[in-house]
Design a protein around this ligand. Structure first.
Ligand code: FAD
Ligand code: UDP
Length: 388
């Protein structure tokens, strides 16, 4: 049978959409994209809610990168709104900048005690440096150690317990290293040279990314209903499919979780609409010592939407992912045991031939959007290289 497609992509998030565009445009292939949800844009999907407020349905997404290729690539599909994300931690009613920085130090320790400690920190680590909380706690100086314990207790411990149900020592150290102590007065959450929000939103960016005559997108379609994985490779609608298959879903699901489910944390988003211009002081407020939620995001700060008299917020509450149909696996739980389980599934895909795992779910890694775009471009560079 002569199939009308040369390449199959599963998932229309950043991984799938960028890969589809590359294979279609650069590779000249006819690409079929299958997406389980009834919309494109994956977890970056940003519809307007009933009150007309643009929200991020699957959690707040702020774009930031140091990778010029990624920025230039996405800039083909969107213009940008300058937005520098700033976060505060609500610590018993006081709002301290996060990452904990020299301003946070002054607020926490007061004008009499902060300057000497600031000098000691700068002499030890240097100005404008980032020190992880776990490293700071290893410092032998009693005053620095006391500060580290303060930051640990008030910023990291309870937030991390809520988010992961594990302490900062128990989780992958790269995770807390995402939010280091920053010896600076720069109070932005990210220091990447390019950061902002797509001017007309993520979904519009994805619409342009997928708008190519060689790309067909089928929404509301679980690939597992169309694609077969056998000893001889992949079938699509029952017929052998010899072209590249780029899979961006969870890898355990492909094999009916036969070795057990890959563990994830899921999130419950409690959206609330309030009849005020703004509900809180910053785009995101972290609740690091109180409340069941980890953070509250107010989308109007991120999007810049001009809509007086109404605003929508989302409270994020983290739970263990059970695999229930109404849950989304958001955060892989990185540890040696889970990575070994992942490796067993990954090994099963290797015998399928031209089958590629790409993205935060398929690779079971904690990637930001820009890293996924970079990985999609690199994968396609390899696949589209002229054969010797
Ligand atoms: P996804 O966006 O999850 O896309 C995968 C797609 O595949 C989904 O649409 C899914 O429905 C589909 N799919 C899965 N299985 C199947 C199947 N069997 N058949 C058909 N379709 C299928 N990154 C940042 O850079 N900045 C941020 O501020 C940021 N904030 C975040 C906040 C939260 C709460 C979370 C959880 C993540 C955040 N990220 C952020 C990370 C970002 O979400 C990911 O990097 C990005 O979504 C990864 O894209 P992806 O295509 O790999 O995965
Ligand atoms: N974290 C914390 N307190 C904070 C912010 C972050 O303990 O106020 C820790 C927590 O373990 C979290 C990790 O740092 O999971 C990474 O935070 P980030 O904001 O990067 O997480 P994401 O936005 O990806 O959920």
């Amino acid at each position: 049978m002569n199939l009308p497609y040369d390449c199959l992509v599963i998932g229309a998030g950043f991984a799938g959409a960028v890969a589809a565009r590359e294979m279609a445009e650069r590779g000249g292939m006819r690409v079929l994209v299958l997406e389980r949800r009834n919309h494109i844009a994956g977890n970056a999907y940003d519809p307007a809610d009933a009150a007309g407020v643009v929200i991020h349905q699957y959690g707040p997404h702020i774009f930031h990168t140091r990778d010029q290729r990624v920025f230039d690539y996405l800039s083909r599909f969107t213009r940008w709104r300058d937005y520098q994300h700033r976060v505060v931690a609500n610590v018993h009613g006081v709002e301290l900048p996060v990452p904990f920085n020299l301003t946070s130090l002054e607020m926490a320790y007061g004008p009499d005690r902060a300057p000497a400690l600031e000098k000691k920190l700068l002499d030890t680590y240097g100005a404008e440096t980032k020190v992880t909380i776990l490293d700071l706690r290893r410092n032998g100086d009693p005053e620095i150690k006391a500060l580290a314990d303060y930051v640990y207790e008030n910023i990291f411990l309870h937030y991390t317990m809520k988010q992961w149900d594990q302490s900062p020592e128990e989780i992958d150290p790269n995770t807390t290293a995402r939010v280091p102590v920053f010896l600076s007065r720069d109070d932005r959450y990210f220091q990447d040279p390019w950061q902002g929000m797509p001017l007309e939103g993520y979904t519009a960016l994805f619409r342009r990314l997928l708008d190519h005559p060689n790309i067909t997108v089928e929404l509301g379609t679980d690939a597992r209903a169309r694609m077969g994985l056998g000893e001889d490779g992949v079938t699509l609608d029952g017929a052998p499919f010899a072209g590249p298959v780029i899979y961006t879903g969870a890898v355990d699901e492909l094999f009916d979780c036969r070795f057990g489910r890959l563990p994830y944390r899921t999130l419950e988003f409690r959206f609330e609409t309030h009849p005020v211009d703004f509900y809180q002081s910053h785009g995101t407020v972290n609740y690091t010592v109180s409340e069941p939620w980890t953070r509250i995001t107010e989308f109007k700060y991120l999007t810049g939407q001009d809509l007086p008299g109404v605003t929508t917020i989302a409270k994020e509450i983290s739970h263990a992912y059970t695999g229930a149909a109404d849950e989304t696996p958001y955060y892989p739980i990185i540890n040696p045991e889970n990575q070994a389980l992942y490796a067993r599934y990954e090994a099963l895909t290797r015998r399928l031939g031209h089958f590629y795992l790409l993205g935060r779910l398929a690779e079971y890694k904690y990637y930001n959007m820009d890293a996924i775009v970079a990985r999609a471009l690199t994968l396609c560079d390899g696949l589209l290289q002229p054969k010797e």
